[in-house]
Design a protein around this ligand. Structure first.
Ligand code: CMC
Length: 423
């Protein structure tokens, strides 16, 4: 039975329909409130309590620490699935059959090359260019090489091809950004390799010698990409949907997602965590001192990798990553002293009243950087790794928004500036 809420304001009552999700979460649908009330809107900076859409992709319950892609618990997918299978699940809505997955992989494998003319763009970037800046611009550049993607009335086949191209080319673009930054020749993709192996080959292979990826590294990468693959309406997914809602092409919408992810409060946190841990180590490793700094409102320092807008109990991804971190470092025989600092920091913070009262727990990025470093990934590529993982999620969010024919995103505001005055 449909429910209604009643809002009373200024002596009037307004009926507001209530929407119920499949996990029984409730939302007040205020879409018609302005019209029915003669001008009332709602305000919620940062969308802390505002749903922007109805979505069937990812469910998360921050209080219970639940995360599911298309209904499947993240713990099961991280344990049993592969990144491309999860990508298919997110984008198509169901797990693929063996033949569907084989075809999906085959299509991706055959689109991994980027247009040779794109190589020339790399020559123009300064050698110190941050790879996230390169990634965002190169993804946008793809739209210029495939102008048919700009047609808002493109066919389903065109969209499918764009999706395949994005999944196929992003690892190439990312690895080439790294090769370019260190002045090494770029490595072309190899069709006989799997998705993660191919990326590692393009990152660490050299024309002068054979390269074979360590299976431990490949498995770790699969897991990290799966854990990052989607996270419902976060900052970058919302950016992708908002840009896409103007009927901008998929490449440019994804480029907007990359830009949003770059910030240290979002995906950039993985780089910021490692830099923070290195700084604490260089400073003598006095963890308590840095916890005090994080609590000091007059100090801009925040404990990076701690806290989350939605998880107020624990981040299920962080649990999986912490366990994987110990496992992978021991398998690779890596002893990173910042892992001890991270564990001490977590222990001190989790007992501290400030963090307990605010429900601040380690998030997905707290331990991921330590794993990336053990895999040989350079620090400024960490957020690029996050972007490679998040790509299927962004695509799924864009596709859902487009297929549901959602209206252009256009929030309102409460104007607080000067009243009319004469020039
Ligand atoms: N260190 C110290 N204090 C913190 C932290 C932190 N990392 N995070 C939140 N707080 C405090 C904050 O100062 C505020 O205190 P008070 O109520 O006294 O003003 C309170 O906790 C609530 O914080 P908020 O900033 O209002 O919460 P938010 O939901 O707007 O922000 C956040 C969430 C993730 C941006 C924030 O926790 C943060 O800046 N964390 C560090 C950056 C980080 O790790 N980001 C990665 C997020 S996970 C990856 C992803 O999906 O993007």
């Amino acid at each position: 039975m449909s429910q209604e809420a009643t809002l009373s304001f200024d002596g009037n009552e307004y009926k507001i329909p209530v929407i119920t999700g499949t996990e029984n979460e409730k939302a007040l649908d205020i879409g018609k409130l302005r019209a029915s009330s003669g001008g009332l809107i709602t305000i919620d900076p940062g969308f802390k309590n505002t749903g922007s859409t109805k979505s069937a992709i990812t469910f998360l319950d921050g209080e219970k620490g639940i995360l599911r892609y298309r209904g499947y618990p993240i713990e099961q997918l991280a344990e049993k699935s592969s990144f491309l299978e999860v990508a298919y699940l997110l984008i198509e809505g169901e797990l693929p059959s063996k033949s569907e997955l084989d075809l999906f992989k085959q299509n991706i494998t055959h689109h991994t090359l980027i247009h040779e003319d794109m190589k020339r763009f790399y020559e123009a970037y300064p050698s110190k260019a941050h790879p996230m800046g390169v990634l965002a611009s190169m993804v946008n550049v793809l739209s210029t090489f495939y102008p048919e993607s700009q047609n808002p009335n493109r066919t389903e086949e065109d969209v499918d091809l764009t999706i395949i191209r994005l999944l196929a080319k992003l690892p190439t673009i990312a690895a080439w950004a790294y090769k370019n930054s260190i002045g090494h020749p770029v490595m072309y993709p190899k069709n006989k390799l799997g998705y993660c192996e191919n990326f590692l080959h393009m990152m660490f292979g050299m024309p002068t010698e054979d390269f074979e990826a360590d299976p431990v590294v490949v498995a770790a990468l699969e897991k990290l990409l799966i854990l990052h693959a989607d996270h419902e309406q976060n900052c970058s997914a919302s950016a992708v949907r908002l840009v896409g809602s103007s009927q901008a092409n998929l490449y440019s919408s994804i480029a907007a997602g990359v830009a949003a992810l770059w910030g240290p409060l979002h995906g950039g946190a993985n780089q910021a965590v490692i830099e923070m841990l290195d700084k604490i180590k260089a400073d003598g490793g006095n963890v308590a001192k840095w916890v005090e700094k994080a609590k000091d409102k007059n100090d801009s320092f925040r404990l990076m990798g701690f806290g989350h807008r939605v998880y107020k109990n624990f981040d299920p991804r962080a649990r999986i990553i912490k366990k994987a971190c110990d496992d992978i470092l021991s398998k690779l025989g890596v002893n990173d002293p910042v892992l001890d600092i991270a564990k001490q920091l977590e222990e001190v913070a989790l007992k501290d009243e400030y963090f307990v009262a605010r429900k601040l727990y380690p998030n997905v990025d707290f331990y991921s950087g330590i794993i990336y470093r053990a895999l040989g990934i350079p620090t400024d590529m960490f957020t690029v790794m996050f972007a490679l993982g998040r790509l299927p999620g962004w695509i799924a969010q864009w596709k859902e928004m487009t297929e549901n024919k959602e209206p252009i995103g256009r929030p309102r505001q409460v104007y607080v500036g000067a009243n009319e005055r004469n020039y």
